[in-house]
Design a protein around this ligand. Structure first.
Ligand SMILES: Nc1ncnc2c1ncn2[C@@H]1O[C@H](COP(=O)(O)OP(=O)(O)O)[C@@H](O)[C@H]1O
Ligand SMILES: [Mg+2]
Length: 246
């Protein structure tokens, strides 16, 4: 039954900014182990805020967030950091360190969080992870020598190197051309298979949503407006829902 239980449970999530900017008004989202959940919604609908609340980068006003069965609001900072290490976050504009090679960029999280690793363990982890994202040949390059798609891959590798069980992707294909976007979508699936991760993918790219999603939720007016598979939502009777799929 283990793969049936939700690994992420968001219940009644509220978040406002200032007096009259109610962004989340009771969002409920569950993600099962091994699932890829896509979140759709117009710009400003609270998609990024939702996943930031999930890892408590932003504090929610109200609501329950359980990850791996643990209620995050009950954790102190040290306990929270232990959980956060099991969650990889690929930020919308996640930047690499420009003055460091790819190898050094990947070594950085290991130095911080895997201080016990020997030099050969570090090198092995870097090489293995780069291979997983199809970039073995870029190991000694500088970020400036790489294409946008390759930099995204390095960013993903830097997250993957700590072997997270959950991956949060915020617009992973935005700003990339169609072919490169397709490659990133394929990579998301290959990572799901290889690392057995559970993912939330925020995207506007419907090809990415179609390719990567096991299920989709659509946010509107601070709530989950509807959810379903790509195929069911595409045929929804609701014109507003269908408008995402044109
Ligand atoms: N730190 C903040 N202060 C004030 N407003 C914010 C802040 N962060 C986000 N917002 C507002 O919350 C809304 C939702 O933001 P966001 O989750 O980033 O939207 P999106 O669905 O495009 O990812 C937006 O209107 C944004 O302006
Ligand atoms: Mg966003």
């Amino acid at each position: 039954m283990e793969n049936k239980s939700p690994i992420i449970e968001i219940k009644g999530l509220y978040k406002s900014f200032g007096k009259d900017k109610d962004v989340l008004k009771g969002v409920n989202i569950h993600v099962k182990k091994g699932e890829n959940l896509v979140i759709l919604g117009k710009s400003g609908s609270g998609k990024s805020i939702t996943i930031k609340c999930l890892v408590r980068l932003v504090e929610a006003d109200r609501g329950e967030i359980k990850v791996f069965g643990t209620d995050l609001s009950k954790l102190d900072n040290d306990e929270l950091n232990v959980i956060r290490l099991r969650i990889g976050f690929l930020f919308q504009n996640g930047a690499l360190y420009d003055s460091m090679t790819v190898r050094e960029n990947l070594g950085f999280p290991l130095q911080r969080h895997r201080a016990e690793f020997t030099e050969s363990q570090v090198n092995l982890a870097i090489e293995e992870t780069l291979e997983s994202v199809g970039l073995s040949e870029a190991i000694d390059k500088m970020p400036s020598e790489l294409s946008g798609g390759m930099r995204k891959r390095v960013g993903l590798a830097r997250t993957l190197i700590l072997k997270p069980e959950i991956l949060l992707y915020d617009e992973p294909t935005t700003g990339l051309d169609t072919i490169t976007s397709r490659e990133i979508s394929e990579l998301i699936i290959s990572i799901q298979k290889k690392y057995k991760t559970t993912s939330i993918i925020i995207t506007h790219d419907m090809a990415c949503a179609k390719f990567t999603s096991n299920r989709i939720v659509i946010l509107r007016d601070g709530l989950v407006y509807t959810e379903g598979t790509y195929e069911t939502l595409e045929k929804s009777e609701d014109e507003w829902v269908r408008s995402f799929f044109i």
